[in-house]
Design a protein around this ligand. Structure first.
Ligand code: BG6
Length: 473
């Protein structure tokens, strides 16, 4: 890969830190979600209910062990480490006027530890962990006031860490909520929950608009604070293929891609694309886009696109023309060419190359693969070793595609940070046993275990990949 390519790993605060009441932290949306399972949605509770299993409360206790864990990342040769700042550690309720110094201090120490090891922190501001106080008092991002709360949080972080962090992202996987029927996506993206009879889709578009405005304001302020900042958006990229070469399937694919990726269009271009404006009109949606918002969006375009890549989807025309309105719950088909993980996620390495090309052609901005990986059940052998060849195979196949894409297609790729470089709590299912890490953490789905860390086979493999800059896979 090119010189300075950022090899590393990615996590999010709520999925590994634990310490959910330490350093004055308030509750976040992640703190009121109980564990689900493979194929079982996580339940969102009203506050914390005694006796339920909230896996994010302790997670893997990185809050206490970050120094040792970062030393392990350094041993693998990480050039960068992507994590998030728990918003509720900095503004416990979300609407305070002044930040919580103890929370800021924690991230000062964390980033200093990374830098001491030559690891560059790559930071997401809001990764599925908005303060729960903003949900109960304001209804989350259905309320315009959340723009100001987010901007205050972003500004505080930019000012405090301006000499420690260069790469930032505003909202993690902002486009998950395109699937607005799923409680998990709208709650974790925007702190939304609904009353019966409400128009979920219209409310989602409004909330997403406020987030896009908040993001654009943050980008502008960030560049004023430090002109060297690189501030990106972050989207979940699951390319949606047409089921066949029928023109109708192809049109459906186009419309599905628009519905899932218009968020990036706004982040990058600073304007709403015509297709989505037409959609609002056709649906009679009243989205609160003011003149001043329009200006803000134009002045806060992102510097790069961060994205996660796990799988691809397929859509089949169900006779929905001429509008081709995509519904992720009903319109997806199986791809007969692909195997799936134990959680049913299609394994599609070439899809990563396709996605990189699709985004680069469309946006002409540098791309950062900030998540990729395979959740799998690992087995610890009697001698304590963990032989995770399946994980190595998955990552190797994907890195090969990244290399082809850089060499042959000429796409500008900033770096690659596989997801969950240390085992952590699954966001979607709340399981510990859906493991992504190079480092095993002794803890099961019920919260039992010593939290001891052990190196898997993939640890040594990835160490070699980084040492050879991707030449030896
Ligand atoms: C992405 C998120 O959706 O995928 C992460 O940004 C998440 O937070 C990751 O953990 C993998 O999903 P899951 O549900 O397997 O944890």
């Amino acid at each position: 890969m090119k010189k300075g390519f950022l090899w590393g790993g990615a996590v999010a605060a709520h999925q590994l830190e634990g310490g959910y009441r330490e350093s004055g932290k308030g509750l976040s949306v992640a703190d009121v979600m109980i564990a689900g399972g493979n194929g079982v949605e996580r339940e969102i509770t009203e506050g914390i209910i005694e006796g339920k299993n909230y896996p994010n409360h302790e997670a893997i206790n990185f809050y206490a062990s970050y120094k040792e864990d970062i030393a392990l990342f350094a041993e693998m040769g990480f050039k960068c480490f992507r994590t998030s700042i728990a918003w509720s550690r900095i503004f416990p309720e979300g609407d305070e006027l002044t930040p919580n110094e103890d929370g800021l201090k924690f991230y000062d120490d964390l980033f200093d530890t990374c830098l001491k090891h030559g690891i560059e922190p790559v930071i997401t501001l809001s990764h599925f962990e908005m303060p729960y106080g903003l949900v109960t008092k304001y209804g989350g991002f259905r309320n315009r006031k959340c723009i100001d709360f987010f901007v205050r949080f972003a500004k505080t972080c930019f000012e405090r860490f301006k000499n420690k962090v260069t790469y930032w992202m505003t909202f993690n996987e902002i486009n998950n909520q395109a699937n607005y029927n799923r409680d998990f996506t709208v709650f974790t993206n925007s702190g939304l929950f609904f009353k019966p009879g409400e128009n979920r889709e219209e409310i989602m578009y409004n909330a997403a608009h406020y987030e896009l405005v908040a993001s654009a304001l943050a980008v502008k302020i960030g560049h004023e604070i430090n002109p060297n900042f690189k501030i990106g958006c972050m989207a979940a990229m699951c390319p949606i293929y047409p089921y066949s070469c029928s023109a109708k399937d192809m049109m459906y694919h186009t419309s599905a891609m628009q519905k899932r990726y218009w968020f990036i269009d706004v982040h990058v271009r600073g304007v709403y694309p015509e297709y989505i404006k037409k959609y609002f009109e056709r649906k009679n949606f009243n989205i609160d886009i003011t003149e001043s918002d329009t200006q803000i969006l134009k002045n806060g375009c992102v510097d790069y696109i961060g994205f996660s890549y796990y799988m691809s989807y397929v859509v089949k025309d169900l006779g929905k023309g001429p509008n081709y309105d995509y519904d992720e719950d009903t319109d997806l088909a199986d791809n007969p060419y692909l195997e799936k993980t134990a959680w049913g996620w299609a394994i599609d390495p070439e899809g990563l190359r396709y996605s990189l090309n699709w985004m680069y052609d469309r946006y002409m901005l540098p791309l950062f693969i900030v998540e990729n990986g395979m959740g799998a059940y690992d087995t610890v052998q009697a001698d304590g070793e963990i032989h995770d060849q399946y994980r190595i195979d998955y990552l190797k196949a994907h890195i090969q595609q990244v290399e082809l894409c850089a060499e042959i297609d000429g796409v500008d790729i900033i770096g690659y940070t596989p997801w969950g470089c240390i085992d952590l709590v699954s966001a979607g299912s709340g399981e510990m046993e859906k493991r992504y890490g190079f480092i095993y953490v002794d803890k099961d789905n019920n919260g039992n275990g010593t939290l001891k860390r052990s190196k898997k086979d993939s640890f040594y493999w990835y160490q070699k990949v980084i040492a050879t800059n991707g030449a030896e896979l």
